[in-house]
Design a protein around this ligand. Structure first.
Ligand code: ATP
Ligand code: MG
Length: 249
């Protein structure tokens, strides 16, 4: 039935982000079992937004896993607590394994063996999958994918490795948010890489203007299999999480 709700309160077949304006832009949420890129320049809020979405889902009973490849897991938790001061139950959710925050240092997985790039990538991905399996996670964030990109120089190998990763995530029934860095914070300078064509969806986050009048906006570039908002929407980061000011109802 069209009005069926799933476990996180979203429409059937969707994982609600829990951020009202963003769910409106996504016409109800992220399609279940899809793999989304969260792209943005430095400091746009990629890490915090993923954490926020996982927190809101964990609170509603959806098991989530945040995999930190760039920062230490304890730093991710500390920064989230500093930004979202009204989220007083983060530790509780972590202790109950509803929200797993774990990490993997890619530098330790670089191998000397033949075809070591693909080997390292594969190794990291199997660790990511193992972490996701520990709490039967339905929603997983990987922060950030740019680290993995550095492991594989060859475009064809890179594309094949991403496809293998996406297939594994789908097989495991996981919906994922994968952050990637884009060099420029400004919308007009954005160039999309190979990964943009293989993932199911892309949300981009921009910082525009100068320091004293900086504005934050986000937009949805694509969602496979469903319509979405085309509007560039302002957002801000508050003690109670992200707010996205969407024109969509
Ligand atoms: N306590 C806070 N309250 C409001 N905004 C904050 C707070 N702490 C950080 N921020 C904002 O969040 C941004 C950092 O967020 P985050 O670490 O998620 O960005 P990012 O896109 O992941 O950055 P990077 O590219 O470095 O990984 C800061 O630039 C700042 O604007
Ligand atoms: Mg980050």
């Amino acid at each position: 039935m069209a009005n069926d709700n799933n476990s996180n309160g979203g429409p059937a077949g969707r994982i609600k982000t829990g951020i009202a304006g963003l769910d409106s832009m996504l016409y109800g949420g992220i399609p279940e079992n899809s793999q989304f890129i969260i792209a943005g320049g430095p400091g746009a809020g990629k890490t915090l937004m993923c954490f926020d979405i996982l927190y809101r889902n964990a609170k509603k009973g959806v098991p989530c896993a945040f995999i930190a490849l760039e920062e230490k897991p304890e730093d991710v938790i500390r920064n989230a607590k500093a930004a979202f001061t009204e989220y007083t139950d983060i530790d509780e959710l972590i202790q109950s394994n509803m929200l797993v925050v774990d990490g993997e240092d890619p530098a330790t997985r670089i191998s000397e063996q033949e075809d070591s790039e693909t080997y390292s990538f594969g190794n990291i991905m199997s660790d990511v999958e193992a972490i996701a399996k520990t709490n039967n996670a339905k929603l997983v964030a990987i922060d950030s994918f740019s680290v993995l990109r550095m492991l594989i120089g060859d475009n064809l190998k890179y594309r094949k490795s991403i496809l293998a990763m996406i297939n594994n995530m789908k097989r495991l029934g996981i919906t994922s948010l994968i952050t990637t860095e884009i060099k420029s914070s400004e919308r007009k300078d954005i160039k999309f890489g190979i990964e943009s064509f293989v993932f199911d969806g892309i949300i981009t986050m921009y910082q525009n203007g100068q320091e004293d009048k900086r504005t934050l906006t986000l937009e949805i570039i694509k969602t496979r299999g469903t319509a979405h908002s085309w509007t560039l929407s302002p957002y801000d980061i508050t003690a109670q999480g992200f707010r996205v000011f969407s024109l969509e109802q």
